[in-house]
Design a protein around this ligand. Structure first.
Ligand SMILES: [Zn+2]
Length: 140
C-alpha cells in the first residue's frame, strides 16, 4: 500500500475517489450536522493551545485581506459571470422552479422521508420518486 501511494498517479486517483466519497456523504444533512459538531469540538480542544490560536488568527487575517482584494469591480464581475454562466439549471422538486446552484439544497430521499410527516407533501414530492437526491429551492 505504501509503495502504491508513492506512485503519483495512484495517489491522485485515490484522492479523487476520497473527495467524491466525501461529497456524497456530505449530501446527507445528518452526516453534515454530525461532522460540524465533531469539527467544533476538535477546534475547541485545539484552541487551548496558544500556538494554534496564533496560527488561526494569522490565517483569518490573511483570508480577510484576500476578501478585501476581491473588492474591485472586474473581479466581482468575473466571479458573477462565472456563477451565472449556465443560467438557472437546478429544478426544485417542490415548486418546479429553475434556480441557480447557490439557491438550492440537496437532500437525500431517505433523510427527507424520515423527517417529513406531512403525507400530502410527500405525495407532491413523489412525482419525482425516481430521484434519490431531492433538490429544494431555499424558499421551499
Ligand atoms: Zn421550490
Amino acid at each position: 500500500m505504501r509503495s502504491l501511494r508513492e506512485n503519483k498517479e495512484y495517489r491522485a486517483e485515490e484522492n479523487q475517489k476520497n473527495s467524491e466519497n466525501m461529497q456524497k456523504r456530505r449530501e446527507d444533512e445528518e452526516y453534515r450536522a454530525e461532522e460540524k459538531k465533531r469539527d467544533l469540538e476538535q477546534k475547541k480542544k485545539l484552541r487551548t493551545d496558544e500556538a494554534f490560536k496564533d496560527a488561526e488568527r494569522k490565517k483569518d487575517k490573511e483570508n480577510k485581506r484576500k476578501l478585501r482584494s476581491l473588492n474591485n469591480w472586474s473581479d466581482c464581475e468575473s466571479q458573477f459571470s462565472e456563477k451565472i454562466k449556465f443560467g438557472p439549471t437546478n429544478v426544485c422538486c417542490c415548486c418546479d422552479g429553475l434556480w441557480f446552484i447557490d439557491s438550492v439544497r440537496f437532500i437525500k430521499r431517505e433523510v427527507f422521508d424520515k423527517k417529513t410527516e406531512c403525507l400530502s407533501f410527500i405525495y407532491l414530492i413523489n412525482k419525482h420518486s425516481e430521484c434519490q437526491v431531492l433538490t429544494f429551492c431555499n424558499t421551499c
